[in-house]
Design a protein around this ligand. Structure first.
Ligand SMILES: [Zn+2]
Length: 470
């Protein structure tokens, strides 16, 4: 036997098994996409969530209503059991006043602002007024003397970097102003903060988002200002450096309340002690309807359960469908889920094998962000040809999602995937009054659901068991 025929004969069985498997996978994916596109319920579920229930800020009555609805849908779609994992969440209201005016010479120009999530109101709900200090960076405050900042309002005006193709990276490069700006400004003696909205769009919409006050630093009011207004102020400051801005808000924080993660479980048929988690976050900001962020992820998750039941799928592993609470202003749902997963890993025979999240909008799916070991990453990348017919082709390493990220601390470390839709328009809507049902496209949403379900099935079928790994 010459060397070449030896190789052919020895390798023939594995080639046959591999191509048969690939053909099975290919048919399975086709049936998933057929079900999502032919009989999909993601769009009608999103309509109900956004229009009948509405936006879902943690601690609000509508978030509680969304929890009840999510559990009822999981029951109706055939989860073996559903429950709520209690989580204490913050309670904060935006109030009904968010006024800001630029006083330039004799002109009073109204500005488009909204409170950053968690901000205190202005003292006694009355307007504050001061000159502007404009900076592009939180650290820039350290280079200014306190006499320049004291009694003033700091305008953080660094745009998202337009040259980055990954808009999520551009967001990540700018968002520290929103999270940390208020406390940095207060430490330097400012009385308030305005933060340029996190969007590439030049528009008059303020985009909210969470701030984090540092302990032992005075809490000053902070608001998002539209990109048009931030650019206008920047321009006017060159000619009128003494221009003043007033700001009035009546937002308010209350005691934490108990809400929770909504969980539906489907027991595996081969390795029931191995858990794969799939989810999105149920809470949203309170302006707009949380349609892309993260209504899309919620209905992707529910639709995945429906699709797999409809095609008669039998999971090998136990699948957990999770609607997380409080991603937007604390991630307490994700942290509590990981804490309990750690206890399950240690105190029972369960292993959290993998997790997957959809929290990047309801746009056309392009691929996945992979947060996994080298060997698991190679397995996921071996699926590229199977997804290519659906124009899903970006298999890149990166953060898989905020809600599932605390699971990274588990041992063994779960394989994590994030659904990665096209992100070019996401920040046009993100955290703004335009994040509404009308701005989600039915077919794009359905393609996302199918892609999410297909990846779950591939993980269920092909990730090695920790036992097999040893
Ligand atoms: Zn989100």
């Amino acid at each position: 036997m010459n060397r070449i025929s030896f190789i052919i004969i020895v390798c023939l069985p594995c080639v046959t098994v591999s191509s048969a498997q690939s053909s099975n996978d290919s048919l399975l994916l086709r049936s998933i996409y057929n079900e999502a596109l032919g009989n999909g319920e993601a769009y009608s579920n999103l309509r109900h969530l956004t229009k009948d229930i509405g936006h879902r800020l943690s601690g609000s009555e509508s978030a509680a209503n969304a929890m009840k609805w999510g559990q009822s849908v999981m029951d109706a779609y055939g989860a073996d059991r559903t429950w709520v994992m209690p989580v204490l969440v913050p309670s904060w209201t935006r109030g009904d006043v968010a006024r800001s005016t630029a006083h330039i010479g004799h002109a009073d120009i109204p500005l488009h602002v909204t409170a950053l999530g968690g901000s205190v109101g202005t003292p006694d709900d009355q307007a504050i007024r001061g000159k502007i200090v404009m900076v592009k960076d939180v650290n820039a405050l350290d280079t200014l003397s306190s006499s320049v900042i004291e009694g003033r309002i700091v305008l953080f005006n660094r745009p998202m970097d337009p040259v980055l193709i990954n808009t999520g990276a551009a967001y990540g490069g700018a968002v520290d102003q929103r999270g940390n700006g208020a406390s940095a400004a207060a430490k330097a003696g400012a009385i308030g903060a305005l933060v340029r909205s996190m969007t590439h769009a030049l528009d008059t919409l303020p985009h909210t988002g969470a701030l984090r006050y540092k302990d032992a630093i005075e809490r000053i009011p902070a608001a998002a200002i539209s990109t048009v207004d931030a650019s206008m102020l920047s321009h006017e400051l060159k000619m009128h450096p003494d221009l003043e801005v007033s700001l009035q808000m009546n937002c308010e924080a209350f005691d934490d309340v108990e809400q929770g993660n909504v969980i539906g479980e489907w027991t595996g048929t081969v390795f029931p002690n191995e858990i794969i988690t799939i989810g999105g976050h149920l809470d949203s900001w309170d302006i707009g309807e949380g349609a892309h962020d993260d209504g899309a992820g919620v209905v992707h998750t529910l639709e995945t359960l429906r699709i797999l039941k409809a095609i008669g799928y039998k999971p090998k592993r136990t699948l957990r469908f999770v609607l997380f609470i409080n991603e937007e202003n604390g991630n307490r749902g994700g942290k509590e889920y990981a804490r309990q997963a750690g206890i399950e890993n240690e105190q029972s025979a369960l292993v959290h094998l993998a997790a997957m999240e959809s929290d990047a909008g309801g746009f056309v799916p392009r691929g996945f962000r992979i947060d996994a070991s080298d060997s698991a990453t190679a397995i996921v990348r071996s699926w590229e040809d199977l997804f290519a017919p659906y124009n899903v082709h970006l298999f890149r390493r990166g953060g898989a999602g905020v809600d599932i990220s605390p699971l990274k601390a588990l041992t063994p470390r779960p394989t994590m995937l994030g659904l990665s839709p096209d992100g070019q328009r996401y920040f046009d809507f993100h955290h703004s009054s335009q994040d509404v049902f009308e701005n989600v496209h039915k077919r794009e949403l359905e393609l996302g659901a199918a892609t999410f379900a297909a990846a779950l099935v591939m993980m269920d079928q092909h990730l090695p068991s920790p036992r097999e790994d040893r």
